[in-house]
Design a protein around this ligand. Structure first.
Ligand code: HSE
Length: 439
């Protein structure tokens, strides 16, 4: 290294870490082990001055030097140049981050719930203090989705984002798909492996994915989108039979976070939702296995961009945190700032009734002449166009199962058609209704 590049000649920046859980431990380990590289890349020596934890005496990984531990989180938040918040949840994380901004620190966080609930307030506080606010780790772990949407796509118009952004539910559905397990069996395996929490609500009921979807939609469409704007449906009701039927239709079932811009005769705005959907086996998201995440961005000029990788875990998430640390540190040394909130487009967030999607409807019908014509007629009368029909007869019974996949339709039209089908004598039962996403 030449004298002007010598790391000891670089300015020092004080770094405070709030929380030393799975991700915090990896962030601290990597910052200490690779300090020379971080100095060379950011232009500043990064000195961890304190790590705030709830219980200083608790046993923990030896990567975290005990002399850095403190239970005074406010002191850590207010006495550093860079503050890394990895506590999670709303409070005290929100108060600590606001205090850090006020004290002149740039903040790096992975706290999706906090951003989905209080993003505008945090952006405003960062702008008022003229410091950076970074949160790459909040969405899809190691995958640089926030950077891609906030910076790489700044010269384009995003039309849709379709993502598998919750590794736990993808793991559960993949176990059901590849091993024929029930939801409860797959959840138990996910819990044994540490993917799912003892209380799996945030993952299996779609709330974790919804917070990420709100962040994705805000960035993609330059519009404030909060958690309450996201229509959410979890996976507790998915059965092994649903998965077998999906396979019979050439599909996998995936939980998708969907953010779409609509500008047509019926609606103008954005649709933001999280729900399980049938995805055709040939679609790139269908082959995302295990706990992996993937995000498909479509933009007017760029076309399709696909991102794939580890969406959780200590080291993968620490990778995202540390990229933000390098960027924020480099701004301290060289000038420049992180992108501010961009919400100028202020598009209306459409209600669930405006979502347009394809559906698969499975019916049990009388296997008599004209039954299929009756079913087709009901769809036509209610403005729902049929894409494909599959029929299988029950051996020895005068009944058949008819599986219909529609062209994109609104919930309203689909519900009206299904209600009408229930009133037909030849339709014995509506067995299932599934959304179908991905061309
Ligand atoms: N629990 C999340 C997941 C990781 O399963 O993807 C943190 O957001």
């Amino acid at each position: 290294m030449s004298p002007q590049n010598s790391v000891t000649a670089r300015p020092a920046l004080k770094v405070g870490v709030l929380g030393a859980g799975t991700v915090g431990t990896q962030v601290i380990r990597l910052l200490l082990e690779q300090s020379e590289e971080f100095t060379a890349r950011s232009g500043a020596r990064l000195a961890i001055t304190g790590v705030a934890v709830r219980n200083v005496a608790a046993p923990r990984d030896e990567s975290v030097p005990r002399e850095l531990l403190t239970d005074d989180a406010t002191a850590v938040a207010t006495s550093n140049d860079l503050v890394i918040e990895l506590i999670g949840g709303i409070e005290p994380a929100r108060t600590l981050i606001l205090a850090a901004f006020k004290a002149g620190a740039s903040v790096i966080t992975g706290n999706k719930a906090l951003i989905a609930a209080h993003g505008p307030e945090l952006y405003a506080a960062a702008a008022a203090a003229d410091v950076d606010f970074y949160y790459e780790a909040a969405v899809a772990g190691a995958i640089p989705v926030v950077y891609a949407l906030r910076e790489s796509m700044a010269g384009d118009r995003v039309t849709s984002v379709l993502g598998i952004v919750n590794g736990t539910t993808n793991y559960i559905l993949d176990e059901m798909s590849t091993k024929g397990l029930s939801f409860d069996e797959a959840l138990a395996t996910a819990q044994e492996l540490g993917y799912a929490e003892a209380d799996p609500t945030a993952d299996v009921d779609g709330l974790d994915a919804a917070a990420k979807c709100a962040i994705i939609a805000s960035l993609a469409f330059h519009t404030r989108v909060g958690l309450d704007d996201v229509t959410v449906e979890g996976i507790r009701s998915i059965t092994a039979e649903d998965i077998r039927e999906a396979h019979a239709s050439g599909c996998e079932i995936k939980v998708l976070a969907i953010a779409q811009r609509r500008e047509d005769d019926h609606a103008r705005g954005i649709s933001v939702r999280v729900h399980p959907a049938l995805v055709p086996a040939h679609h790139p998201l269908a082959s995302v296995h295990g706990a992996f995440n993937a995000v498909l961005i479509e933009a007017e000029s760029a076309g399709r961009l696909m991102f794939y990788g580890q969406g959780a875990g200590g080291a993968p998430t620490a990778s995202a945190v540390l990229s933000d640390v390098v960027a924020a540190a480099a701004h301290r040394v060289n000038g420049g700032q992180a992108p501010r909130e961009s919400s100028y487009a202020d598009l209306p967030v459409l209600g669930p009734e405006s979502a347009i999607t394809r559906y698969q409807v499975q019916l049990r019908v009388d296997d008599q002449p004209g039954s299929l014509a009756t079913v087709a007629g009901v769809f036509a009368e209610n403005g729902v166009s049929i894409d494909s029909v599959r029929q299988s007869a029950y051996v020895g019974a005068a009944e058949a199962t008819v599986t219909i996949v529609t062209h994109p339709a609104s919930v309203f039209h689909l519900d009206t058609a299904v209600d009408a089908l229930r009133g037909e004598d030849r339709v014995l039962d509506v067995l299932s209704i599934q959304k179908v996403e991905g061309e």
